[in-house]
Design a binder for this molecule. Structure first.
Ligand SMILES: [Zn+2]
Length: 191
């Protein structure tokens, strides 16, 4: 893939014991990756490569910092998520490409690794499990609609866990018929 040409690293030809590469990721990078989790973003990547004692193995340390645009869990609008990720790849030469635990094995004949997809994966892993807008920043119409829809499937525990802000959104839609919701309203009114 020519689009990711600059992410291809010639490890076999590396003449020095250590090397640092820097990348600036922009919207184009994420467009080229064309994967659903992150569609846009900006990030700076520092990659430190160290030749390990054996000479045909390498340690690649990635430090990635930036902001990616992802979907808010609560309202599904886009939101900016800051990321700061450090991760590591261990690479060694072998007969054919393989991933084995912490190791990536690359064909010795080629002696190259393309790190574009690894960088993307590290970024995705760096996104917190729960990612929502800052309080009050959600798309209120959408959050209200979603809650109305979701509460049909929600169990008691989930209903009890609904935050006040979302509750108010729902109330304003004025079509509350779920009896559990009335129970929750009673509880909230008593506080
Ligand atoms: Zn939101």
């Amino acid at each position: 893939m020519a689009k990711f040409g600059k992410y291809k690293i010639d490890l076999k030809g590396m003449q020095v014991p250590t090397m640092r590469l820097e990348y600036e990721l922009d919207n184009q990078f994420f467009a080229d990756i064309d994967s659903p989790e992150v569609g846009r973003g900006h990030a700076r990547v520092s990659l430190d490569i160290k030749k390990l004692a054996a000479g045909n193995a390498f340690e690649l340390n990635f430090a990635i910092e930036g902001t990616v645009v992802i979907q808010c869990d609560r309202c599904l609008d886009d939101m900016d998520q800051c990321i700061a990720v450090s991760d590591k790849l261990l690479v060694k030469m072998g007969t054919e490409y393989a991933e084995d635990g912490d190791w990536v094995i690359i064909p010795e004949e080629e002696g190259e690794i393309n790190v574009a997809w690894f960088i993307y994966e590290f970024i995705v892993l760096g996104i917190p499990m729960k990612h929502v807008h800052a309080p009050g920043k959600c798309n209120k119409t959408m959050a209200g609609k979603l809650n109305k829809h979701l509460r049909v499937f929600a169990d008691e525990e989930d209903i009890a866990g609904v935050e006040m802000e979302e509750y108010e959104d729902l109330e304003s839609t004025s079509q509350i018929s779920d009896p559990r919701w009335n129970e929750l309203k009673k509880i909230l009114d008593n506080n």
